[in-house]
Ligand binder design. Structure first.
Ligand SMILES: NC(=O)c1ccc[n+]([C@@H]2O[C@H](COP(=O)([O-])OP(=O)(O)OC[C@H]3O[C@@H](n4cnc5c(N)ncnc54)[C@H](OP(=O)(O)O)[C@@H]3O)[C@@H](O)[C@H]2O)c1
Length: 391
C-alpha cells in the first residue's frame, strides 16, 4: 500500500491521478491534497472520496469556504504557500505527485524532496527553472525523480539498464500542436480558442498553449537534460502528429528503442506510481492496424521560435532557463487573458532573455528573487511593442 500526496489535485494530472488511486484501493491511499483553491466544490468532493490526512489551498479564503463545506471530522486544512510546502514535506507519503502548474510548484516540490519522498514529476517548469538545485537536492536526499511527462516516461523506460556511454541521443516526439503546418505570418492572428484546441491531448490551459507555441517541447528538452544528464546537442525533437510514439532513445550501435501507447496520461502517471512494477492501466489499448499510419517530420523552428529559445537558454545555462520559464508563464497568462497576441509570446521571452542575460542563481532564494524580477519586467512589457519590433 503506497500513500500518495497530490500537489495540483484539481488539475488535469491531479484528477487523473486520483482516478487511478481510486481504481486500485488495495494499492494506494491518499496522504495530502493541494491546489490553488479555484474550485472549492471539487476539492470538497475529492476530500469526501479520498479522505486525505490534510489539504492545502494557496488561497486562504478558499480554505475558509472549504471548512464550511466539510463538517467535522475533516482533514487538517492549511492555507498559503507555507501550507502547500507543509503538505508536500510534513504529511507522511511514499510518493508526492508534483502536478502544480508553473513555478508555484518549486518550493513544495523541494520540500517533498528534502523530506525524502519519491517524486512523480509532472511539473516540468520546476526542473527547468531550478534543475541544478532540484537534482542536487534529490541526490543529497536519495530521492528518485520519476517522470510523469509521457515523453520522459518513454525515455526513462527505454533507458532502463543502459549505461550513459551507450546512449547516442534522445529523440523527443512532439504532436506539433493545433497550428502544425501554419506559417509564421498566419500565427500572428490566431485566437485563444484556436490555440486551446489541442489535436491529441486534453490538458490544462497553460501546457496547451505551450504545446501550441512548441515551448512545451522546449521545456521538455531542458527537462530531459536534467533528468537524464544528456547534453543539449544530443537531444533531438521530431514532430509526430499521432502522439503514439512517446519518445525514443538511439544507442551507440544505432539501435533505437521507442515506447508506444495511446495518448492517455494514465499510463505514465500509473508507471510513476508503481515503479518499478506495473499494474493493468485502465487506458485504451494500442491498435496499430487500426491506426494504420504513423508519420514524422522536422519541427518548423522559424514559425515556432519558442523551441529555439529554449535550446538557446539551455546552452547559455546559469539562470537563462529560469528567465525563459518566468517570461513564458507571464506571456502565456497574458495571451490567455487577451492582453497580447500569440506571436508576442516568443517576442516577450526573447526580450526577457536579452534583458536578464548573465544573471546568476545559486540558491532557492536567488531563484525566487530572479523569478519575481523577470515576471515584473515581462508583465511591464506586455502590450509594449517588443524590442525586436521597435528596432
Ligand atoms: N495535463 C497533462 O496532460 C500534462 C502532461 C505532462 C505534463 N504536465 C505538467 O503537469 C503540470 C500540471 O498540468 P495540468 O495540465 O494538470 O494543469 P492544470 O489542469 O491547469 O492544473 C493545475 C493545478 O495546479 C493548481 N495551481 C495552479 N496555479 C497554482 C498556484 N499558483 N499555486 C498553487 N496551485 C496552483 C491548480 O489549482 P486550482 O484548480 O485550484 O486552480 C490545479 O490543481 C504542468 O506543469 C504541466 O506542464 C501536464
Amino acid at each position: 500500500m503506497k500513500t500518495v500526496t497530490v500537489l495540483g489535485a484539481t488539475g488535469s494530472i491531479g484528477r487523473r491521478t486520483l482516478e487511478l488511486v481510486a481504481a486500485f484501493p488495495d494499492q494506494f491511499r491518499v496522504g495530502g491534497l493541494a491546489a490553488r483553491g479555484s474550485d472549492v466544490g471539487l476539492v470538497a468532493q475529492q476530500v469526501r472520496a479520498h479522505r486525505p490526512t490534510a489539504v492545502a489551498l494557496l488561497d486562504r479564503a478558499a480554505v475558509d469556504r472549504l471548512a464550511r463545506e466539510l463538517p467535522s471530522p475533516r482533514p487538517e486544512l492549511l492555507g498559503g504557500p507555507e501550507g502547500l510546502a507543509a503538505i508536500a514535506g510534513d504529511v507522511a507519503a511514499d510518493v508526492v505527485v508534483s502536478a502544480l502548474v508553473g513555478a508555484a510548484g518549486l518550493v513544495p516540490t523541494l520540500a517533498a524532496i528534502r523530506a525524502g519522498r519519491t517524486i512523480a514529476l509532472a511539473n516540468k517548469e520546476t526542473l527547468v527553472m531550478a534543475g541544478a538545485l532540484m537534482t542536487h537536492a534529490a541526490r543529497e536526499h536519495g530521492v528518485r525523480l520519476l517522470p510523469v511527462d509521457s515523453e520522459h516516461s518513454a525515455l526513462f523506460q527505454c533507458l532502463a539498464g543502459a549505461a550513459p556511454r551507450e546512449v547516442r541521443r534522445l529523440v523527443l516526439t512532439a504532436s506539433g500542436g493545433p497550428f502544425r503546418g501554419r506559417s509564421r505570418a498566419t500565427l500572428e492572428t490566431v485566437t485563444v480558442e484556436q490555440a486551446l484546441r489541442h489535436p491529441t491531448w486534453r490538458m490544462g490551459a497553460k501546457i496547451t498553449i505551450d504545446s501550441a507555441t512548441l515551448m512545451n517541447k522546449g521545456l521538455e528538452v531542458l527537462e530531459a537534460h536534467w533528468l537524464f544528464g544528456v547534453p543539449f546537442e544530443r537531444i533531438d525533437v521530431v514532430v509526430h502528429p499521432q502522439s503514439i510514439v512517446h519518445s525514443m532513445v538511439e544507442f551507440v550501435d544505432r539501435s533505437v528503442l521507442a515506447q508506444l501507447g495511446m495518448p492517455d496520461m494514465g499510463i505514465p502517471i500509473l508507471y510513476a506510481l508503481t515503479y518499478p512494477d506495473r499494474l493493468p492501466c485502465p487506458a485504451p489499448p494500442l491498435d496499430l492496424v487500426e491506426l494504420g499510419t504513423l508519420t514524422f517530420e522536422a519541427p518548423d523552428e522559424s514559425a515556432f521560435p519558442c523551441l529555439g529559445l529554449a535550446r538557446q537558454a539551455g546552452r547559455a545555462g546559469g539562470a537563462a532557463p529560469l528567465v525563459l520559464n518566468a517570461a513564458n508563464e507571464v506571456a502565456v497568462a497574458a495571451f490567455l487573458d487577451g492582453r497580447c497576441g500569440f506571436m508576442d509570446i516568443p517576442r516577450l521571452i526573447g526580450d526577457a532573455l536579452d534583458a536578464h542575460a548573465g544573471a546568476a542563481v545559486g540558491d532557492l532564494g536567488a531563484c525566487l528573487a530572479l523569478d519575481g524580477a523577470v515576471r515584473r519586467s515581462t508583465e511591464a512589457s506586455v502590450g509594449v511593442p517588443a524590442a525586436s519590433a521597435r528596432s
